[in-house]
Design a protein around this ligand. Structure first.
Ligand SMILES: Nc1ncnc2c1ncn2[C@@H]1O[C@H](COP(=O)(O)OP(=O)(O)OP(=O)(O)O)[C@@H](O)[C@H]1O
Ligand SMILES: [Mg+2]
Length: 423
């Protein structure tokens, strides 16, 4: 048995499952090494085949998925790849529930919900939970059953608030990966994830997400499925069948290399006067925290009309999705002039002050006919509005917006739990 992986000395094996071995990592307290095995299983291990190279493909797929989720701000146990077949994770006590999210009805859902046709579309996605209990074929559990189990992992109690947060987070993970896969023209049909609690008591998305975790239909066509269902459906497993399964998994891992959206956008923050630089830097900071490329420029539509016009032409010439944010105090000529001379979106964000807001705001709001610029008065709102526009075609930005909303919801829910502990 290996004693070292990727230059990290392995401690004792903490647990061995059907597809992974988990080792302690003495040099990195609170972390463990997750080693994938060259095994493919189905029906809780009843069906099981050796498949050379499967561990490495699974490890690569999982790393790409978790790097994507980490990049948009999801809290996960994934730390980093350690070798072809292993990665380092935060060491967790695992919550023994499979959290399942579905966009389309198929598979076991149809058996448990007789009468629902295959392909029924859930909106919002359907969420279900299954207790991890191989001996009893992982029975479906209700929220009440999980709450009543009264679990504590690494000191963290799993109560009503946690269950609600985990359900909401599961759906968010699904929606983020669904959007990411859509960029490769693949429909994410359903998926299962698991959560654990790390040594500090924080709940993290854990275990792995690979081709065993989801149904994935290229072009939304079930006949083109490339997930583990292909293996589950096999009656007699031949070596050529296993080759097909492996090729599918390789194809999936390869697709994930192309997920990151290109540098496809730019937020141009234009100010009428350099005295608004600090205000514009604030907008730029908010943009960057949402994953947006943003730059600041100075141009006055009143006093430097020619420059403003050539700046508009410059931004229109870029092979990027450009959103303008116009910052001008007193009379805002800038935003409306850009809006009247460009098809790109313009957000006015005048740096109004309480004493003159009544006078100044109207130059942004009461624009001539034919103009479609919008107006907000907070730097954060301008950045959020730009992110919403860019997020329409950029799943990373879209996901960052959704994660911001999820984090707000989680803090409120936990604040309520603190105020009212039965929650
Ligand atoms: N971050 C983590 N820290 C500690 N243990 C983990 C972590 N992620 C996953 N595990 C555990 O690693 C073990 C091995 O995973 P594997 O998927 O091979 O198990 P399995 O045979 O499928 O059993 P299970 O049905 O519990 O998933 C599982 O018990 C899983 O809960
Ligand atoms: Mg498992």
């Amino acid at each position: 048995m290996a004693t070292e992986v990727g230059g990290h000395k392995l401690g004792k094996m903490l647990v061995e499952g059907k597809t992974k071995q988990v080792f302690d990592l003495p040099s990195m307290p609170g972390h463990c090494m997750m080693v994938s095995k060259d095994v493919i299983t189905a029906m809780n291990g009843v069906k099981c085949n050796e498949l050379a190279g499967k561990g490495a493909i699974s490890n690569k797929t999982n790393a790409k998925v978790f790097e994507t989720l980490n990049a948009v701000g999801m809290k996960t146990a994934f730390f980093k790849l350690a070798s072809d077949g292993a990665f380092i994770a935060k060491k967790c006590e695992m919550i023994p529930i499979e959290w399942v999210t579905r966009r389309l009805a198929t598979g076991s859902f149809l058996k448990r919900n007789v009468g629902v046709p295959e392909g029924y579309r859930f909106s919002p996605p359907k969420h279900e939970m299954f207790f991890k209990d191989d001996a009893n074929d992982d029975p479906q559990w209700s929220e009440e059953q999980i709450i009543s189990a009264n679990w504590k992992f690494n000191g963290r109690h799993i109560g009503p608030a946690e269950v609600e947060i985990l359900q909401t987070t599961s759906i968010m993970v699904f929606e983020i990966l669904e959007k990411a896969w859509a960029t490769r023209n693949c429909a994410l049909i359903d998926m299962k994830i698991e959560f654990g609690v790390d040594e500090s008591g924080e709940i993290l998305l854990a275990d792995i997400i690979d081709s065993d975790s989801w149904r994935l239909w290229p072009a939304g066509d079930k006949r083109l499925m490339v997930d583990k269902q292909v293996y589950r459906n096999l009656k007699n497993v031949t070596s050529s069948d296993l080759d097909t399964v492996k090729r599918n998994f390789e194809w999936v891992a390869e697709q994930l290399d192309h997920l990151t959206p290109a540098n496809d956008h730019l937020v141009a923050i234009l100010m009428g006067s350099p005295s608004d630089m600090d205000y514009c830097k604030k907008i730029q900071g908010h943009c960057q925290s949402l994953g947006l490329n943003a730059e600041v420029r100075v141009t006055s539509a009143h006093k430097g009309t020619k420059e403003t016009m050539s700046m508009i032409k410059y931004y229109e010439s870029l092979p990027l999705k450009v959103v303008f944010i116009a910052v001008a105090g007193r009379s805002n000529g800038l935003g409306p002039v850009i809006s009247g001379n460009s098809a790109l979106p313009v957000i006015n964000c005048p740096p109004v002050k309480a004493e003159n807001v009544d006078m100044d705001i109207w130059s942004s709001l009461n624009v001539p006919s034919g103009l479609g610029c919008s107006t907000v008065i907070y730097p954060e709102s301008a950045a959020l509005n730009a992110a919403q526009m860019i997020g329409l075609s950029n799943y990373v930005v879209w996901s960052k917006l959704k994660m911001k909303q999820l984090n707000n919801y989680v803090s409120l829910r936990m604040a309520d739990k603190q105020a009212h502990p039965e929650q």
